[in-house]
Design a protein around this ligand. Structure first.
Ligand code: FA5
Length: 330
């Protein structure tokens, strides 16, 4: 029996057929099981040795079957391991990583800088009421300076904001306490023809400080420190008298730029001034008690200077070769 089973096991290498062999030899009707009743037919003196033989055979057959099953299990496992193994040395997928837009880089830098000085960041809607964009900024209907801002009107009284200054009026209205110290970055729109330095959509960052004893000297030092933060410690600023309806006095601010050794150029980057008494009054602050300064930075201007970009339209044409150059800037 043992030799028969050994031979049969050599021909079967699957779990099911080995199990069938177990049934064939050891099952209820199995070959070994069928021999057990023979014990009754033997003379008494042979019964013990026959019993022992049956038992030994059973143990041997069971051992062969389970060895064979174990061998098959191991083979299946090894097969699985080699089929499902992962080659960790293969190169990974090359997923392209994006980067922040240069204008976002400038805005985030301004936010970090001013938050560090105790300013808050404010926001306002891009679709704005004439009331906030112009009237609260001391530009009544028919004011000739409205023409400086060629506007996109949506209805008679709403327009795409031409500057971030309306956020000044909105903030004053709901501030509920002094001092006010905010910056407000955002998109702005004007019907300017697009060229290398102008776009019909661009970005500004407004700044507004209101309290008692606010002076022009504080505005000047704020702007000088800002210019040095943005462009380097050796920068100087130059203030030129200017006109804005919402500030008095008003200035335009140039930053020094070394073209070649010894030759310095001045480049205009923003408008600023002391908040006009009418703007303070309309915003709910007595101009005899409170003063303020405000500034409006052209974000593209800053980015153009900082990253040496030659055409403002590059910011809006979504050319990945251009945008990809700002990886790792932040
Ligand atoms: C203003 O818009 C004022 N609201 C700024 C201000 C705020 C003054 C607070 C005083 C107090 P201005 O029109 O000069 O000012 O615009 C400010 C900046 O926006 C400019 O210096 C320029 O950098 C940028 N700018 C204006 N028009 C365009 C345009 N079409 N394309 C790109 N940038 C522009």
């Amino acid at each position: 029996l043992i030799i028969d089973l050994k031979n049969e096991l050599n021909e079967h290498h699957e779990m099911e057929s080995v199990e069938a062999l177990r049934v064939k030899y050891l099952g209820k009707q199995g070959l070994l099981t069928q021999m057990m009743p023979l014990i009754k037919t033997l003379p008494n003196e042979e019964k013990p040795s026959f019993g022992k033989w049956i038992n030994d055979a059973k143990v041997a057959l069971e051992g062969l079957i389970s060895d064979s099953k174990n061998k098959i299990m191991l083979e299946v496992l090894n097969q699985k391991l080699s089929n499902e193994s992962i080659d960790v040395t293969l190169p990974g997928l090359n997923l392209k990583k994006g980067s922040l837009h240069p204008l976002s880089l400038v805005v985030e830098d301004l936010e970090d800088y001013f938050i560090g000085l105790g300013y808050k960041v404010a926001e306002g809607p891009e679709l704005e009421h004439d009331h906030y964009n112009f009237e609260m900024m001391n530009l009544a209907k028919g004011h000739p300076a409205r023409e400086m801002h060629d506007s996109f009107y949506v209805t008679e009284n709403t327009l795409l904001r031409t500057h971030t200054s309306p956020i000044q009026a909105r903030y004053m209205e709901q501030a509920g306490g002094l001092p006010i110290a905010i910056i407000a970055p955002g998109k702005t729109y004007r019907r300017d023809p697009d060229d290398r330095t102008h776009s019909h959509q661009f970005m500004q960052c407004e700044g507004l400080v209101i309290d008692k004893n606010i002076s022009f000297a504080q505005l000047k030092s704020t702007l000088l420190n800002l210019a040095r933060h943005l462009f380097g410690e050796e920068r100087e600023i130059r203030l030129r008298p200017s006109y804005f309806p919402f500030t008095e006095p008003s200035v335009e601010v140039d930053v020094s730029w070394t073209v070649t050794e010894g030759e310095t150029k001045w480049i205009e980057v923003l408008g600023a001034g002391m908040v006009h008494p009418n703007v303070l009054k309309m915003g709910g602050y007595d101009p005899l008690v409170y003063q303020g300064f405000a500034f409006g930075i052209g974000i593209e201007r800053i980015a153009i200077l900082k990253y040496k970009i030659d055409d403002i339209r590059q910011f809006y044409t979504n050319d990945l070769r251009f945008l990809g150059q700002f990886k790792g800037e932040r």
